[in-house]
Design a protein around this ligand. Structure first.
Ligand SMILES: Nc1ncnc2c1ncn2[C@@H]1O[C@H](COP(=O)(O)OP(=O)(O)OP(=O)(O)O)[C@@H](O)[C@H]1O
Ligand SMILES: [Mg+2]
Length: 258
């Protein structure tokens, strides 16, 4: 039987101080899973933009990205964060390769909304390179950078929300599970409490009411897309020790959407 592919999204602030996610990824690989990781970099990008004196602004959870900030976004996401994660996985005994959407022409994108600047919406995924590497058993670590495919400006790098990339890459590789590690224990409902289970309909309602806001919007939307193909997607606190291991073992953690 072919190995199960699991899509794991790691938020930019989801790794705890004594992080166990890397160790959990390596154990999953040893157990015979094929983990496909997409990482964000929200907080680190903001720090670097501040260091470089580039102002930053969000609209509905998406970072407005101008010509000045895209260089920092690419350098931090596809460089620093991607390579650190790959190095940590390999140092922990795993076998990982780091990529971004430019590699192998993986993520073709268009400008999502001119008001957001160089922010991409995915047009298509070419998973050929991913298949080759998965065939060799590598853990894939993917930074959410896409490439503009319009006749004008083709080849321009675009910043794409990592949750949206996770949904598309997970679908393209036929992931059987989707796990979103973030910096909150799950999705908060109207009363501010974490909701253990959300139907697609309830999730849409909470977005419409503004209870689900900011960066949680693209994340819940990514889950809604994922559950069109798999039974459920889970959002949980990646800073909690062994959050990933426990979730994969079937423990009820965070918010399950399905
Ligand atoms: N209803 C809600 N329940 C929980 N968190 C919410 C809700 N509405 C908005 N949020 C916000 O969404 C944030 C998570 O999204 P955010 O984009 O900041 O992180 P991430 O996606 O894990 O990381 P990155 O964007 O770097 O990949 C939470 O920290 C919280 O502030
Ligand atoms: Mg986010």
């Amino acid at each position: 039987m072919s190995k199960q592919r699991v899509l794991i999204k790691i938020g930019g602030n989801a790794l705890g101080r004594d992080d166990t996610t890397v160790a959990d990824l390596v154990s999953l690989q040893k157990q015979g899973y094929l983990p496909v990781v997409v990482h964000g970099g929200g907080k680190t990008i903001t720090e670097w933009l501040e260091r470089m004196d580039v102002p930053t602004r969000f609209v509905e959870g998406l970072r407005v990205t101008d010509a000045g900030s895209i260089d920092v976004v690419v350098a931090v996401l596809a460089g620093l964060m991607n390579k650190r994660l790959v190095a940590e996985i390999n140092a922990a005994g795993g076998r990982a390769v780091g990529l971004c959407g430019a590699d192998g022409g993986m993520l073709r994108a268009r400008v999502k909304d001119p008001e957001l600047g160089l922010v991409g919406a995915i047009s298509s995924v070419d998973a050929a390179l991913l298949e080759t590497l998965l065939g060799d058993g590598y853990i894939l670590v993917i930074a959410p950078i896409g490439v503009l495919h319009d006749s004008q400006g083709a080849g321009t790098l675009l910043n794409i929300n990592a949750d949206s990339v996770a949904a598309e890459i997970g679908a393209a590789v036929g992931a059987s599970q989707f796990v979103f590690l973030t910096d909150v224990p799950g999705v908060r409902g109207r009363d501010g409490e974490i909701v253990p289970e959300l139907s697609a309909e309830e999730a849409r309602g909470l977005i419409a009411e503004g209870v689900i806001a900011g960066g949680m919007i693209p994340k819940v939307e990514a889950c809604l897309e994922a559950v069109q193909r798999v039974p459920l997607a889970v959002i949980l606190d990646g800073r909690r020790p062994h959050a990933l291991r426990d979730c994969m073992a079937g423990q009820q953690v965070g918010t399950r959407i399905g």
